[in-house]
Design a protein around this ligand. Structure first.
Ligand code: ZN
Length: 183
C-alpha cells in the first residue's frame, strides 16, 4: 500500500488513452495492488474519484467514493454520500440530453475549479473486482463524478469541457470573490 504521486496537467501521460484490462488479470496481484494504491492516494489527497492514469498507470480503472469532504463542502447538503466503488473497463451511455452544471476540480489540476455541464443520467457498465459485469443507472452528482473520471481514461481533462473559460480559475480567488459579495 502506498500513496502515489499524482500527475499534473502538462504531463503527457494524462493525455494518453488507457488500455483495457484483460478479464484474466482482474484478480491478479498487480491489479489488486494498483487498486489499493489508488484508494490510499485518493484518500490522502481528499479526492472523490481517481483514475489509474493519474498515478501514471495507463489502465482502464477508476475508483470513486465520497464521504463529506473539505474539498466539496457544498455537496454535503445536496447529495448523499457516494459509495466506494471500483470500475474496471467502464463504459458510459448517456440516457438524457439534460445536463447538470458543477464546479469541477481535479487532483491533476490542483487549486483550480471550472464550471462544466454534463448529462445527468447515464448507464454505466463495468467489471467489479470479482470479475462480475455490472450495469447501473447513475444519476446526479455521482453521474458527474463517473464521467469526469472515465474521461481520464481517454486522456480528457475537465478543462477540455469548459464552455466558458471565464468560469475557470483558482479556487482561492473564487472563494475571495464569494466572501466579498456577501460582505
Ligand atoms: Zn480528475
Amino acid at each position: 500500500m502506498a500513496i502515489k504521486h499524482i500527475l499534473k496537467i502538462g504531463n503527457p501521460l494524462l493525455r494518453e488513452k488507457s488500455k483495457e484490462i484483460p478479464l484474466t488479470e482482474i484478480r491478479s496481484k498487480e491489479i489488486k495492488n494498483l487498486i489499493k494504491d489508488m484508494f490510499d492516494s485518493m484518500k490522502a489527497y481528499n479526492g472523490i474519484g481517481l483514475a489509474a492514469p493519474q498515478i501514471g498507470v495507463l489502465k482502464r480503472i477508476v475508483i470513486i467514493g465520497y464521504e463529506p469532504s473539505e474539498r466539496y463542502p457544498e455537496v454535503q447538503f445536496q447529495h448523499s454520500n457516494i459509495q466506494y466503488k471500483v470500475l474496471i473497463n467502464p463504459k458510459i451511455e448517456f440516457l438524457t440530453k439534460e445536463t447538470m452544471g458543477f464546479w469541477e476540480g481535479c487532483l491533476s489540476v490542483p487549486g483550480m475549479r471550472g464550471y462544466v455541464e454534463r448529462p445527468n443520467k447515464i448507464k454505466l457498465t463495468y467489471y467489479d473486482t470479482e470479475e462480475e459485469l455490472r450495469e447501473e443507472i447513475v444519476e446526479g452528482f455521482e453521474a458527474i463524478v463517473v464521467q469526469h473520471e472515465c474521461d481520464h481514461l481517454d486522456g480528457i481533462l475537465y478543462v477540455d469541457r469548459l464552455k466558458d473559460t471565464r468560469l475557470f480559475g483558482f479556487e482561492e480567488e473564487f472563494e475571495k470573490a464569494k466572501d466579498h459579495s456577501l460582505a
